[in-house]
Design a protein around this ligand. Structure first.
Ligand code: MN
Length: 336
């Protein structure tokens, strides 16, 4: 089950004296992965640690405005430098993921090295690869956990604009602007950051009003031509094929967030976004309330994530995948 692990004191003790620290987060980093990494790095640097951030793959351009983002090292483009950093680090802090498999080659690198591994994460069912951790699935984001870590150490006064904006970014992106996964603590953190001068409107505008024309037109194409509604199971499916990818010149990040539009339809409970990639078919799944798309992703599409937001993949044709979805839907979504 979702056990809460809270080694705040032990982590603070481990980081009491200046050390070489590597911060790593997951592949295809989102606002929470990037925000928590930048915030933690900046906080540790204030304590004279030497800190490097390594992300397995490139981050989306929209986060380019964040202070401190230029320091990030991308493993895919600089594997040698990444290895050097891991080798000389005595502590590796893993943020916003809970299984070394999620960072593939970088994970094996860390696994092979004799470092202290600290994990701070909010996903369910963590793998025990860490020495110390803060792990709880009932908070909005890893950024919220980073804030709580700083607060528990009684050091909120060290939160400057760089740290504050990074934390707020992760909260905004992981909650979809406070629409899901919030708890009272999330609002507390947001209120505290706002009181410190973090401009939430500026961040919302930077993060969410950031589409280019191609992306907006692609969204229109998805909704007009590629969406199917299965009324009795209150489910919507959008599927993009290889031809769509060529026609719209779709690149990584261009399809970000499209799945969420399905749930804007009245009485929809499940949204599934299917994309035909060169070798695999990728799925993004969203749901409301008690319906667990995580279970569906885990059981049938080799994936996982959160109860209401999951991902997975499979093989075959788009048509076959959609038939499969329709076949298994009744096992996860009660008929109305
Ligand atoms: Mn997260």
């Amino acid at each position: 089950m979702n056990v809460i692990v809270n080694d705040t004191i032990e982590i603070a003790e481990l980081l009491q004296l200046p050390k070489e620290v590597a911060i790593v987060s997951h592949r295809n980093p989102d606002g929470d992965a990037i925000g928590s990494s930048i915030a933690m790095a900046a906080f540790l640097r204030k304590h004279n640690h030497t800190v490097h951030i390594i992300l397995p793959s490139e981050y989306p351009d929209i986060f380019g405005f964040l202070k401190g983002i230029d320091d990030i090292i991308i493993f895919d483009t600089e594997p040698e430098k990444s290895k050097e950093i891991i080798d000389k680090s005595s502590v590796v802090i893993c943020l916003d993921f809970n299984s070394l498999e999620r960072i593939d080659k970088l994970g094996r690198l860390i696994d092979d090295t004799d470092v202290q591994i600290v994990m701070i994460d909010h996903h369910i069912e963590p793998e025990p690869f860490y020495a110390l951790a803060i792990s709880r699935a009932d908070v909005s984001s890893t950024c919220e956990l980073v804030f709580n870590y700083i607060k528990d150490l009684d050091k909120v006064n060290m939160i400057d604009l760089e740290i504050g904006e990074a934390i707020m970014t992760g909260i905004l992106t992981d909650t979809g602007s406070f629409r899901h996964n919030t708890n009272k603590g999330t609002y507390y953190v947001a209120g505290d950051l706002k009181a410190r001068g973090v401009d939430d409107y500026y961040l919302q505008d930077k993060i969410f009003n950031s589409m280019n024309e191609k992306q907006l037109r692609l969204l229109g194409h998805c909704l007009v031509n590629r969406m199917e509604i299965i009324e009795e199971y209150r489910t919507g499916i959008i599927a993009l094929n290889q031809k769509d990818y060529e026609e719209f010149d779709i690149k990584r990040g261009d399809t970000e967030g499209i799945v969420n539009y399905i749930l804007m339809l009245k009485q929809m409970d499940v949204a599934i976004f299917v994309r035909q990639q060169p070798k695999i078919i990728k799925l993004s799944l969203r749901s409301k309330g008690d319906i667990s798309v995580q279970a569906m992703a885990r059981d049938h599409f080799g994936g996982g994530g959160h109860k209401n937001a999951s991902g997975g993949y499979t093989y075959g044709s788009i048509g076959k995948v959609i038939r499969k979805i329709k076949e298994v839907l009744p096992d996860y979504v009660p008929k109305k």
